[in-house]
Ligand binder design. Sequence first.
Ligand SMILES: CC(C)(COP(=O)(O)OP(=O)(O)OC[C@H]1O[C@@H](n2cnc3c(N)ncnc32)[C@H](O)[C@@H]1OP(=O)(O)O)[C@@H](O)C(=O)NCCC(=O)NCCS
Length: 139
Amino acid sequence: MTPHELSLLHKKCFTFPRPWSTFEFEVLLKTSLLIVRPNSFLLGRLAGAEAEILTLAVDPDHRLKGLGYDLIAAFISEASLKGASQFILEVSEINIAAIKLYKKHLFKQIAVRPRYYSSEIGGEKKDALVLSYCPTLKK
Ligand SMILES: CC(C)(COP(=O)(O)OP(=O)(O)OC[C@H]1O[C@@H](n2cnc3c(N)ncnc32)[C@H](O)[C@@H]1OP(=O)(O)O)[C@@H](O)C(=O)NCCC(=O)NCCS
């Protein structure tokens, strides 16, 4: 997928936090690992033994078919081959679908960043939950 295609799908999936632009994807792709599946993608970043999921998007017309689950599995697999042993991400406290998806992958909450996400106009800021997964600590 091109940076423009990534930004279009991101826009279909995110109003809050805001969608990322073509330029932002161009910049991020220089230092990130992109996993693409039909109608979906995951962008992650590796820093030594730590791997971070930056964003994950599944087209609204193709949800609840296991695409999100498979993207995370593919990222964990590819990043592990490159030396990652801990996985981390931030998710809005109100994003129930994503929180359930990550918990299905055995991610555990390790911190809260209060009022981390700026709000839609007039709305309250939302907390970010920091979730982590260590494959060696499976349980
Ligand atoms: C969150 C998102 C990636 C899930 O993608 P998906 O392909 O629909 O998810 P899957 O079909 O792989 O679902 C796997 C599990 O996630 C959970 N889940 C996914 N969508 C859910 C929903 N709408 N409500 C409750 N649980 C949900 C379930 O536990 C599900 O397992 P189950 O079907 O056995 O119950 C998708 O809804 C999305 O793109 N949302 C907008 C962008 C976003 O929030 N990205 C994550 C930002 S951190």
